[in-house]
Ligand binder design. Structure first.
Ligand code: VG1
Ligand code: CO
Length: 544
């Protein structure tokens, strides 16, 4: 087997964001672009030499081509074994599961998550460490540093590997094993949830559900688990065949992009339960009959009910949420006497807390929930958690959520996204907010007294690492909160996210529309950040 050493030059834009390196496909197709980044992984993650790597992606356009390149580079860099999902497919949670199950030296996941796919759309790559989780900042910093000084990469000569046949092949000294992408993950789900009870729910004839895979990676997983192992009727999974362009849509499970699914929860033939996942299978949206569960509430409800679920019935050690996520989970943790951590945005910040067993459950407002079973957020896991809960409680989704509000109060929640705005304008807007921070506490805006205002900084309680400038928080005396931050996953200009939260303890006021409750806070946010003046936008691109 011949290994070529290819001379290359650094690209200056390979710093990973919230979740890996995300760029337009066209950028990744630039000669040496993908190769440089992959070589930087091999150069810095030295255990991969002679070690084992998990490899797979969400099936988007360029997935197969990138896998061929990475396999040849793995061989060129002396990786002993690569576990690849058949067809080059692995959901993000399944990749995390495999890294842990087979105790590998890490994994490379190809995905741009919920961003659209296709020749003119997005692609992404990230490295997960041996604990199964996204690389922490120390690792992504080292990889980035390496990309700035890279001069050559190693790649084995080979004709394309057949990714569609299960079994073992050798590429030089490297063993490539094409494995079933679903089996180990589905087995793990069976260990955590009461499949018999969920099966009885489906068999009762009184319960119907739809799961929208949005033409993305969860199709094969959901079909095997829901229709195969749990006996849900055929057709329960919709849009279940992964497509390289996700059928032309945004594989983003929210009320806007999953509108086909939302429609199935309304009207005379509405289903009792509906759920969707994103491009790479780590997000989830939970719906009841004509009812939407905010991801922040979903996390809080999981914490409150974990004792009812097989895999968590022995008790949970604590909970964490990303900073912009509503404080609903904090209220539950408080009542149950559990520790509750507030971390910066991105799953990588949960890894240490999970590894140190300080938390069992964690989540983000951006449709992500998960637990210590793996080190990524997990879309289907959340769906199964809810199914298990519905099977135990024999109540509707709406009843479970509204009862939860009565017991713990309701955190009304909404997020405004301003996408693809000018980067300089976005940075100026954040800088101007930062400048105002010191003078805000004590002031009242539209009759709302401000209690605190800061730029969120986080000290990891396990390794002491510090992450600064993680978002501007403005907290009000009544528990409401506005958060401003710039996205770290976009590929065009900048995206400003404005997160709004209002707390209501009184059950008689818990059934208002989120929009009406938020009017005053929205107004405060728009004025405080001078959004229209600074971005030229009169309304957000998406409200979730
Ligand atoms: C977004 C979400 C964040 C999530 C990240 C990756 O990041 O806000 O909560 O962890 O996406 O999720 P940002 O920096 O754009 O706000 V995924 O499903 O895109 O891997
Ligand atoms: Co995702």
């Amino acid at each position: 087997m011949n290994i070529d050493t290819i001379i290359t030059q650094p690209f200056d834009d390979q710093r990973p964001g919230t979740s890996g390196l995300r760029k337009k496909v066209k950028v990744f197709q630039t000669p040496h672009y993908l190769e440089n980044f992959v070589q930087a992984i091999f150069d810095t993650q030295v255990d991969l030499k002679g070690g084992t790597l998990v490899l797979g992606g969400d099936g988007r356009y360029y997935n197969r081509e990138a896998i061929q390149v990475i396999l040849r580079m793995a061989s060129g860099n002396g990786v002993k074994k690569v576990l690849v999902g058949r067809g080059g497919l692995l959901s993000t949670p399944a990749a995390s599961c495999l890294i842990r199950h087979y105790k590998t030296d890490g994994g490379i996941i190809l995905s741009a998550s919920h961003n659209p796919g296709g020749p003119d759309e997005d692609f992404g790559i990230k490295f997960n460490t041996p604990n199964g989780g996204p690389a922490p900042e120390s690792v992504t910093d080292a990889i980035f540093q390496r990309t700035t000084e890279i001069a050559e990469y190693q790649i084995a000569q080979s004709k394309p590997i057949d990714l569609d046949i299960l079994g073992s092949i050798t590429l030089g000294e490297t063993q490539i094993e094409i494995i079933d992408p679903v089996k180990d993950y589905a087995d793990l789900m069976m260990a955590l949830f009461d499949f018999n009870r969920i099966r009885m729910l489906f068999e009762s004839g009184m319960f119907s559900m739809r799961f929208d895979a949005m033409h993305a990676i969860t199709g094969p997983y959901a079909t095997e688990i829901l229709e195969g192992r749990l006996g849900a009727e055929p057709g329960t999974v919709i849009n279940g065949t992964p497509k390289t362009d996700f059928g032309g849509g945004h594989p983003d499970p929210n009320l806007v992009h999953a509108h086909q699914l939302v429609a199935l929860t309304k009207g005379a033939h509405a289903v009792n339960f509906a759920a969707a996942s994103d491009g790479d299978g780590d997000r989830n949206m939970i719906l009841g009959c004509n009812f939407f569960v905010t991801p922040s509430d979903s996390l809080a409800i999981m914490v409150a009910n974990a004792h009812l679920i097989k895999g968590y019935s022995g008790g949970i050690s604590g909970v964490a949420r990303s900073m912009p996520t509503s404080q609903a989970a904090d209220r539950v943790a408080d009542k149950l006497g559990l520790p509750c951590y507030e971390t910066p945005t991105g799953w990588k910040f949960f890894g240490n807390l999970l590894d140190a067993r300080k938390i069992t459950l964690c989540g983000e407002e951006s449709f992500g929930t998960g637990s210590d079973h793996i080190r990524e957020k997990d879309g289907l896991w959340a769906v199964l958690f809810w199914l298990n809960l519905l099977a135990v409680k024999q109540q509707s989704v709406e009843k479970i959520v509204t009862d939860h509000w009565k017991a713990f109060g309701r955190n009304y929640y909404t997020r405004y996204d301003y996408e693809a705005i000018d980067k300089t304008d976005a940075e100026a807007l954040m800088a101007s907010l930062r400048d105002k921070l010191a003078t805000l506490p004590g002031q009242s805006l539209n009759g709302y007294p401000i209690e605190y205002a800061d730029d969120f900084a986080y000290t990891d309680p396990v390794d002491g690492s510090v992450s600064e400038r993680q978002g501007i928080r403005v907290g009000f005396a009544d528990g409401s909160r506005i958060v401003f931050r710039l996205s770290g996953t976009g590929t065009e200009g900048a995206t400003l996210r404005v997160y709004l939260e209002a707390y209501e303890e009184d059950p008689s006021k818990q059934l208002q529309s989120t929009e009406s409750v938020m009017t005053a806070l929205v107004d405060i946010a728009l004025n405080l950040a001078e959004i229209e003046k600074r971005t030229g936008r009169t309304k957000p691109s998406v409200i979730t």
